[in-house]
Design a binder for this molecule. Structure first.
Ligand code: FPP
Length: 258
């Protein structure tokens, strides 16, 4: 049995020290799912789950920074999440403002730069203002780039890119035969991010939910049956160990890789 796999199976409380530092994913993306069900299990309102999800965000960000993961992207609010009851949306937005205010210190302490992807101009003014402030106060940090996907939908991202490119074609700025993957990528919200290496989804659901469809073409997918508020460093390490135990062939054969 591979040594990494043995560690996952036999040691449930993995720590950062168990990881091969030469084989870390450069871009981890996380679908933080299960807040509502976590709260329901405890007979509480859904927002109680979101509030407790903040701790998991804090710990995961710190663990990734400690590991010097260059890019961490969190799916915090999708374009579809606007359809939730107004009360839940409003409370989530308030929570976001509070978290941003409170976590600025943590971001600077860990040399983290905050960025966003999504239609952030559709967010309430207060959220937009706080985001702008925290992004500007962390822009000189040179460590991990933490990206929050907010009012984000991957189809919307691709549609917007196609529209922008179409306008450039119409105005003779680009010719159709010069539209390649790089051109498309530069028009995406996430143009500053590399492809995702490891995509984690909590809560046991095994789907992508319109997240980073372009960028996950060759990502390793990891689904874990733990609700987001319970997600801890141990789980993150298990996900990375699983990643380190896989052979990424990018369409080639094993023999070619060796
Ligand atoms: C999905 O769980 C979670 C969300 C839509 C919101 C995520 C928000 C947080 C973790 C809190 C704050 C975030 C940041 C970045 C500061 P769900 O509500 O869909 O859960 P369910 O599937 O059990 O209903």
């Amino acid at each position: 049995m591979d040594v990494n796999l043995a560690r996952i199976v036999f040691n449930k409380m993995n720590t950062l020290e168990d990881l091969d530092k030469n084989k870390l994913p450069q871009h981890i993306a996380i679908i933080m799912d299960g807040n509502g069900r976590w709260a329901k299990q405890r007979g509480k309102l859904r927002i109680f789950g979101h509030e407790n999800g903040v701790d998991a965000v804090h710990q995961t960000v710190e663990s990734c920074a400690k590991l010097q993961i260059p890019f961490l992207t969190l799916y915090a609010f999708s374009t579809e999440n606007w359809k939730r009851p107004k009360n839940e949306v409003d409370t989530l937005m308030r929570l976001l403002v509070n978290v941003l205010k409170k976590e600025l210190k943590t971001l600077n302490k860990n040399n983290i730069r905050l960025k966003t992807i999504g239609k952030t101009d559709t967010l309430p003014k207060k959220v937009h203002k706080e985001l702008t402030e925290v992004m500007s106060k962390t822009e000189n940090n040179s460590g991990m780039i933490l990206t929050l996907a907010l009012s984000y939908g991957s189809r919307e991202e691709i549609k917007t890119a196609v529209q922008e490119i179409a306008v450039k074609v119409k105005n003779n700025i680009i010719s159709p035969e010069n539209i390649d993957e790089t051109v498309i990528n530069t028009h995406l919200y996430a143009h500053f991010l590399p492809d995702v290496d490891l995509l984690i989804r909590t809560s046991g659901e095994c789907r992508i939910s319109n997240f980073l469809l372009w960028q996950i073409a060759y990502a390793e997918l990891y689904f874990i049956d733990v609700f987001w508020p319970d997600f801890r460093e141990n789980h993150l390490v298990q996900a990375i160990l699983s990643y380190q135990n896989r052979e990424r062939r990018f369409g080639k054969t094993s023999e070619q890789l060796n």
